[in-house]
Design a protein around this ligand. Structure first.
Ligand code: GDP
Ligand code: MG
Length: 447
């Protein structure tokens, strides 16, 4: 951070050389951040030269005479867009299962990547949307694999098929699919093994299963912490089982998932969901913007406010924007934002940008979500002016406040806590953004 800001402050003249120097030193910080997040070196270098040529092109000549603050903003935006483009791999015909037909989805990926967990999460996702879903365990390699899937399935109330005695995964899959098809299941999800005595055998097995299953969709599961190995691994799976989508797991951990960008770029295959925890509901639709924001250490709060500004009461937004610029985000800011969202009708787009919100959305329908949002407003209404205008810390210092608010709003302490937690996440983001805007922070990557 300091190096970049130093460069910004030093390069105050508008000559071309100084502009180039400023751009160069800002890019250096970004390059470091990307490499630290495990983005592939070749990709980083491509992004870097794209950005540089964009910034230094004749068309952008006008930018050279603007302030360094604006240059910094422009660079941020260019990097952001550039990375979004990389990870937002648009597929002409994304897979959508058809009702009243048997859609077969096969999972592949290395052992431990999160296949069995993600299979169940996807099953729940489709079951919530009215599909008749079944799970088939084709992992006959690892002892206990069937038990794990069975336990997950029972917990989520999803019918399942597997065998304790059969050692040939192809046989199990054949039986399972035949059974579920006969019973008119609409989505049949096949979990596979991720390990073999030899890697070559694993890929052979994937090809054999794939030939029997004839999946309508194959999904590769990738652990976000895979790092630089992502490219080679995803290519190997692409060759043996031509997967059409990626699920990126363990995004709740330390890894920012930079490796996934290489997987997308190397296989031209989109990420469709991310896993954000071990629980069935820790599953979110993939959003390139949120992903890149996390990678660069900036919150998606910026795009949120871009959208909010177009629809909301100008004065309210203005005050919130000013707060964010100062690195603040109070409960009152949260309340206003909530109310604006409720006015907006179809909220899913916006809600996705609030931490924890898209999770809430994926579990329930729109109607239930707006019920939840109403509840949140009741909670806010039960707070005092002092509480609303605070950063929420007083609730932690005096938990009795939570009890009072819960009682007053007809909710539970847990619900109040959840809202406080969301506000805290937003406040953290505001701190990053606000700090950066003031040019005083050391955000990751010096952005
Ligand atoms: P498989 O070998 O590919 O089937 O992987 P599993 O589904 O058995 O998952 C391996 C481990 O990772 C288990 O302990 C899971 O609970 C855990 N896991 C899976 N997905 C996630 C995730 O999104 N976040 C976290 N924190 N853990 C996960
Ligand atoms: Mg497994």
């Amino acid at each position: 951070g300091k190096r970049i800001n130093g460069a910004v402050n030093n390069a105050l003249s508008n000559t071309e050389d100084d502009y180039t120097t400023t751009v160069d030193s800002m890019l250096k910080g970004i390059v470091t951040a990307l490499l630290e997040s495990d983005v592939n070196i070749a990709l980083v270098s491509k992004v870097r030269s794209n950005i540089k040529s964009k910034l230094l092109s004749e068309n952008n000549a006008a930018n050279r005479s603007v302030s360094n603050g604006q240059t910094k903003k422009l660079i941020q935006k260019t990097v952001f867009d550039e990375l979004c483009n990389l990870v937002d791999c648009e597929v002409k015909e994304p897979f959508t299962p058809k009702k009243k037909k048997s859609n077969v989805i096969m999972f592949v990926g290395l052992q431990g990547s999160g296949k069995t967990t993600s299979c169940t999460k996807l099953a729940v996702y489709y079951q919530k949307r009215g599909f008749k879903v079944g799970l088939v365990c084709a992992d006959t390699f690892r002892a206990g694999a069937f038990d794990q899937l069975k336990q997950n399935a029972i917990k989520a109330r999803i019918p399942f098929y597997g065998s304790y005695t059969e050692t040939d995964p192809v046989k199990v899959v054949e039986e399972g699919i035949t059974k579920f098809k006969k019973e008119k299941f609409e989505i049949i999800i096949v979990d596979t093994s991720g390990r073999h005595r030899q890697e070559e055998e694993l890929f052979q097995e994937m090809i054999q299963i794939s030939n029997v299953v004839k999946p309508n969709q194959t999904i590769m599961v990738l652990d976000a912490s895979i790092g630089q190995a992502a490219e080679q691994q995803s290519k190997a799976f692409k060759d043996s089982s031509d997967f059409g989508a990626i699920i990126l797991t363990k995004m709740d951990g330390h890894a920012k998932g930079g490796g996934a960008i290489s997987a997308v770029a190397a296989t031209h295959t989109p990420i469709i969901f991310i896993g954000t925890g071990e629980h069935i509901h820790d599953f979110e639709k993939f959003s390139p913007k949120s992903f890149v924001s996390k990678l660069l250490g900036i919150g998606d709060i910026e795009s949120l406010f871009e959208q909010l500004q177009t629809v909301s009461n100008k004065e309210d937004t203005q005050a919130t924007m000013e707060n964010i610029q100062k690195g603040k985000f109070t409960l009152l800011d949260f309340k206003k934002q909530m109310q604006t969202m409720m006015k907006m009708g179809p909220i899913s787009n916006i809600a996705q940008m609030i931490p924890g919100m898209s999770n809430m959305m994926s579990q329930v329908g729109e109607e239930e979500t707006s019920q939840k949002m109403k509840k949140m407003v009741y909670v806010f209404d039960s707070m005092t002016k002092e509480e609303l205008e605070s950063d929420g810390r007083m609730f932690i210092e005096q938990p009795s406040r939570m009890v009072r608010v819960a009682r007053g709003s007809g909710t539970s302490v847990l619900e109040v806590e959840m809202i406080l937690m969301q506000q805290r996440m937003m406040a953290n983001m505001a701190q990053n953004i606000g700090g950066a805007a003031a040019g005083a922070s050391g955000q990751p990557g010096g952005m």
